[in-house]
Design a protein around this ligand. Structure first.
Ligand SMILES: [Zn+2]
Length: 405
């Protein structure tokens, strides 16, 4: 027996060595706008990566680790957990900005610096959003408000002497680019669109006068959408990215985080002359109210152009509620198209949404100050996705939520 023991130990070591090797220490690098994780994998080791929302799970069959947790405290990586599961190691990367199959991380493999293994490189950033070409747009519905076209004001923020935020693109330029795309999409759906500007201009060099003129265009329209891109101070620039949509409301309210809306195709083009909004009690039935006696107007339909322009008598609580609903629709669809970080529906007192007489929102399309997201906002595919998200959210709101007079 004594003679066999060394042989047995040798066999065990050999067998164990083939079956299981130690994972070398995880290497973490802090880069502008992203965190890089490098795993030095021995030759022949496979891996599996699964985005789980708040974590990215990396499964490494045949590897051995010492279980534990390590805090990293980067915006993109809070820390990581190592687990040993029988014959495989599991690394859980804790990602506060979130990871999905379409966003939040990128991977590549490189040859080992020494030896014949490989390096698995995982870059984590919320700014890795979906910049692939948008599939041919689902046909929009043709939206009508009881025989009258809906009318929307699209405000390209800043312009002229006011550039807005600066980054890889100037904010006023990207705002206008998206406003023009949103206009085209809404017009295709039969919505009348008024732009506050169609080129690099402002109503006045005086900011307040300029904003007041923009807001004045809202009079008689159904809703107002102001388009902006964000920026933050240098200390936060590497970490802050994602989408926000604001409505006018009390400050200090916690943001609301809607789920991304799936991009299922809309039904074929259909002219809707939907029912009156049952939530509003109208004491003065209008000519289109189904409860009213048919008048001459109902018998001989008036061409849409000659109908009076709507003058909503909307109290501020109702307007706030509708604005919040609109903000939620728009953010949901923007998240659905881009898979970007969700920074929530927020209330604020920005001038244009505060003084608008109709439901109004202010869209922040992302942070120009973020090293990667700023680049996204230069990408035409990404701007298509942003624009489609805004337009689709507006249309879904008009179809489903907006009260008809
Ligand atoms: Zn702005």
């Amino acid at each position: 027996m004594r003679l066999y023991l060394p042989v047995l130990l040798f066999l065990l070591l050999l067998f164990g060595g083939v079956r299981s090797q130690d994972l070398p220490p995880v290497r973490i690098g802090d880069q502008p706008g992203f965190t890089r994780v490098v795993l030095d994998l021995p030759n022949g080791v496979s891996y599996q990566i699964e985005p789980l929302g708040a974590a990215l799970r990396v499964t490494l069959p045949g590897l051995r680790v010492t279980p534990g947790i390590q805090f990293v405290n980067q915006p993109e990586l809070a820390g990581y957990v190592l687990e040993q599961h029988e014959d495989k190691a599991v690394l859980l990367l804790l990602t506060p900005q979130g990871v999905t199959p379409r966003s939040g991380y990128k991977t590549m493999t490189l040859a080992a610096l020494e030896g014949d293994g490989q390096r698995l490189v995982i870059d984590l950033s919320g700014a890795y959003a979906d910049t692939s070409p948008l599939a041919p747009n689902p046909a929009f519905r043709f939206v009508k408000a009881n025989g009258r076209r809906f009318s929307v004001v699209v405000d390209a923020g800043h312009g002229g002497p006011d550039p807005g935020a600066m980054g890889p693109v100037v904010e006023k330029a990207v705002n206008l680019e998206v406003a023009l795309r949103v206009r085209r999409l809404l017009q295709e759906a039969g919505v009348e669109v008024t732009l506050t500007r169609e080129s690099d201009t402002a109503f006045s060099p005086d900011k307040r006068t300029d904003l007041a003129q923009r807001v004045a265009l809202a009079e008689g329209k159904h809703l107002f959408v102001s388009i902006h891109a964000n920026a933050t101070v240098p200390a936060r620039a590497d970490g802050w990215c994602g989408l926000e949509v604001y409505y006018y409301g009390p400050t200090g309210v916690r943001p609301f985080y809607p789920s991304p809306a799936p991009l299922t195709p809309t039904p074929p083009i259909a002219i809707t002359s939907g029912p009156l909004d049952m939530l509003t009690s109208s004491t003065q039935p209008g000519p289109l109210d189904p409860g009213a006696q048919p008048g001459p107007e109902d018998v001989n339909p008036i061409p849409p152009q000659s109908l009076p322009t709507p003058t909503p008598q909307m109290n501020s609580a109702r307007r706030m509620e509708l604005s919040r609903t609109l903000a939620t629709r728009v953010l949901s669809y923007m998240l659905g198209t881009t898979a970007a970080v969700n920074r929530g529906v927020r209330s604020s007192d920005f001038f244009v949404i505060r003084y608008s007489s109709i439901p109004a929102i202010l869209v922040e399309m992302g942070y120009l100050s973020h090293p990667l997201e700023g680049q996204n906002l230069r990408d035409s595919n990404y701007l298509d996705r942003i624009s489609y998200g805004i337009a689709r959210g507006v249309l879904e709101y008009l179809e489903n939520d907006h009260p008809l007079e």
